[in-house]
Design a protein around this ligand. Structure first.
Ligand SMILES: Cc1cc2nc3c(=O)[nH]c(=O)nc-3n(C[C@H](O)[C@H](O)[C@H](O)COP(=O)(O)OP(=O)(O)OC[C@H]3O[C@@H](n4cnc5c(N)ncnc54)[C@H](O)[C@@H]3O)c2cc1C
Length: 336
């Protein structure tokens, strides 16, 4: 994909990309989803939509030349480590600590559920640099995964998304130079909050397209599978399921595209992004569940695609901010 230019579709040409706009990323996520692998979709979007954009927005020229160029051309893959064993939704509870040491920093801590953690060449790492400075006390580092003290602990086993690797990482006295700070020290919390918007929007687009992939498979099955002497799709109960699913998919898609249009134009529509992520994740889950139902017993079997979609897609109601956190962000945006 790197050789084909697909990992840097919206990256400027000066950094090895194709110079496209944000909708190129949306199209890529949708098309990868239609390939039928949620894990591949997730692993790629961490790289293209979660790690590369913050380097382009906040990074130094040297960081862009080093990391963005190698990432956009596929020479190296990246991961993003925010979540810790004791801090997920509440990222302000981050305890991975980075302490100044001469011109550099020493990092200690642990991160969990890290997508691409076992194959990445670099981790974008959220740390706490000043416990007394509130939201100004966080710093993001770009840490080479071969730095001494970076330990790829367990490869975590999970319900779905098996095509992506998920790591428990440890950082033991990891020494990095000052040039490893993303942009400026003390700005990490804001950088990650900015990053999360793109993570949620691309997740919404990808999971909805993945649900549509299940819809298409189930539609084909409903045309072919016969019961009581007729195709099951001709039963009104089944036909109405497709009608309801298609209506919800279309509504979610319109919200995603309208929000992506605003985001691509330079707006920062946190409320709408949270709404799009919430609606897409819930719609995708309900669609995948209905598709399993339409397949009947075959839907529960590994050899049919919808069983995999159901397992993979469940993640979207948790990762990148849970349903409950999305509702909270939306609610708070009304000042309550
Ligand atoms: C397969 C997979 C891949 C992942 N990849 C990455 C990755 O690459 N990088 C990374 O940093 N993280 C990654 N994550 C972590 C993911 O983002 C977190 O799991 C998610 O943000 C939730 O955090 P948590 O698991 O600690 O749950 P918790 O924060 O412990 O939440 C547990 C429950 O409490 C609820 N809850 C928490 N706070 C509130 C509140 N204020 N109001 C109401 N309800 C609340 C939650 O909604 C949830 O239902 C991944 C997770 C998985 C499963």
């Amino acid at each position: 994909m790197g050789e084909l230019g697909l990992l840097g579709l919206s990256v400027p040409e000066a950094y090895g990309g194709q110079g496209g706009d944000y909708f190129c990323n949306i199209v890529l996520a949708e098309e990868i989803a239609r390939g039928g692998s949620g894990g591949l979709l997730m692993g790629l979007s961490v790289h293209t939509d979660m790690v590369i954009p913050p380097i382009l927005k906040f990074g130094t020229e040297e960081q862009k030349r080093t990391w963005v160029t190698s990432g956009a051309t596929g020479r190296q893959m990246f991961c993003l480590a925010m979540t810790e064993p004791d801090a997920g939704s509440d990222l302000a509870g981050t305890s991975t600590r980075a302490v100044r040491d001469g011109d550099g920093w020493v990092i200690n801590g642990s991160k969990t559920f890290i997508t691409n953690g076992h194959r990445a060449a670099m981790v974008m790492l959220l740390t706490r640099t000043d416990p007394d400075a509130g939201h100004e006390g966080f710093t993001v580092f770009l840490v080479p995964m071969d730095a001494p003290g970076v330990i790829r602990e367990r490869r975590l086993r999970k319900m779905g998304m098996h095509a992506s690797d998920t790591a428990l990482l440890a950082f033991q006295d990891v020494r990095v130079p000052g040039s490893a700070v993303l942009g400026e020290a003390g700005k990490g919390f804001y950088q990650i909050m900015w990053e999360l918007q793109a993570e949620r929007l691309i997740g919404a687009a990808g999971c909805l397209a993945y649900a549509e992939y299940a819809f298409d498979r189930a539609l084909g099955y409903a045309r072919e599978r016969a019961a009581f002497g007729r195709p099951i799709g001709s039963f009104q109960a089944i036909r109405h399921k497709f009608a309801a699913m298609a209506t919800r998919i279309e509504a979610a898609r319109q919200l995603i595209y309208a929000t992506a249009w605003s985001y691509a134009g330079g707006d920062y529509p946190v409320r709408e992004i949270s709404m799009a992520k919430l609606l897409a994740a819930q719609t995708a889950w309900e669609v995948a569940d209905q598709c399993v139902q339409i397949y009947g017993g075959a839907g529960y079997m590994r050899e049919h695609p919808v069983e995999r979609v159901l397992r993979d897609i469940r993640l979207y109601r948790i990762g990148a901010g849970t349903d409950e956190i999305m509702l909270d962000v939306i609610g708070r945006s009304f000042g309550i």
